[in-house]
Design a protein around this ligand. Structure first.
Ligand SMILES: Nc1ncnc2c1ncn2[C@@H]1O[C@H](COP(=O)(O)OP(=O)(O)OP(=O)(O)O)[C@@H](O)[C@H]1O
Ligand SMILES: [Mg+2]
Length: 275
């Protein structure tokens, strides 16, 4: 077994039983450890000795003003941008800075960009089917027959993303919110250990935003989630008054605590919430 697979197996052993999202995740291991990373673009420090730990199964919201470095942090975790210094560990011993972008995805890090990228001419089911067989060409993937287990997994994900009645609908005809859920569903087909979601509810209606919060809460525990959002109503739904949020500012952590605590923090009000 390769080192990565061994680490994942160890993680699975440690985290089994943490499926419902209601059990505490602290003390069950570290899903992601970002240590002291810095990135400069033309001398401007987008990330400045950023340090952050995400627990296995944890749902962590990250907030902060425009330009704080939130997206750059995700770029570093997924291998799109290489930090100038620092370390990033996935689980206890996978050094993400030694892996390429596809290897990081393969190791179990899924990322949702702001704009949905679904295959518009295909239907919802086919989009999920393609995501399951990401290693094949579109035509080969759709010709290849699904195993009963794969079919079950697609049905399970369709239910999770509330699209079971839209399975045969052309993806291009879905609402903006439904496209976002489909893309999250496509990420879920690979069963990532860690999901990074950058402004997932931007452009959604209030009802879609609430449904997205329910979806993320149902994923907590089985997956670790890092959610970047400006919508404090949504962050409130996700944190339920008891989860920690992290405030980023000028490339490092400005504050960390319950949403109510950081909302009352003068430094945070000054740079972000008081605007
Ligand atoms: N590829 C790049 N080249 C040059 N500068 C960049 C690059 N990527 C990001 N930056 C700069 O780094 C800083 C951090 O940007 P980043 O996109 O990470 O912020 P953010 O916290 O995601 O902001 P927002 O809330 O607006 O999405 C910004 O000043 C941005 O202009
Ligand atoms: Mg951003």
């Amino acid at each position: 077994m390769q080192a990565g697979a061994r680490a994942m197996a160890a993680h699975r052993a440690r985290t089994s039983g943490a499926g419902s999202g209601t059990e505490p995740y602290f003390g069950q291991g570290v899903a992601l450890y970002v240590q002291d990373i810095s990135v400069a673009f033309d001398g401007f420090k987008a990330l400045n000795a950023l340090t952050l730990t995400i627990g296995v199964g944890e749902l962590r919201c990250i907030i902060g003003p425009n330009g704080a470095g939130k997206t750059t942090m995700m770029d570093c975790i997924t291998g799109k941008t290489r930090p100038d210094s620092g370390r990033i560990y996935f689980g206890s011993n996978i050094d993400l800075l030694r892996l390429t972008e596809p290897e990081i995805a393969q190791a179990g890090v899924g990322r949702k960009f702001q704009k949905p990228t679904v295959y518009e001419p295909l239907d919802v089911f086919e989009n999920l089917e393609l995501a399951l067989k990401a290693d094949r060409s579109v035509r080969a993937a759709l010709r290849h027959r699904l195993t009963p287990a794969q079919r079950d997994r697609i049905d399970e994900v369709l239910a999770l993303i509330h699209l079971q009645h839209e399975a045969q609908r052309t993806a291009g005809l879905l609402s903006h919110g439904q496209k976002q859920w489909l893309e999250i569903g496509m990420l879920l087909m690979q069963d990532p250990k860690l999901l990074l979601l950058d402004e997932p509810v931007a452009g959604m209606t209030d009802e879609e935003t609430e449904r997205t919060a329910e979806l993320f809460l149902s994923l907590e525990g089985r997956h670790s989630l890092v959610v970047v959002e400006h919508d404090m109503g949504f962050v409130g739904l996700l944190t339920q008054g008891r989860k920690k949020v992290t405030v980023l500012h000028e490339g490092s952590v400005l504050a960390e605590g319950l949403l109510s605590e950081v909302q009352a923090d003068e430094k945070v009000v000054e740079v972000y919430l008081g605007r």
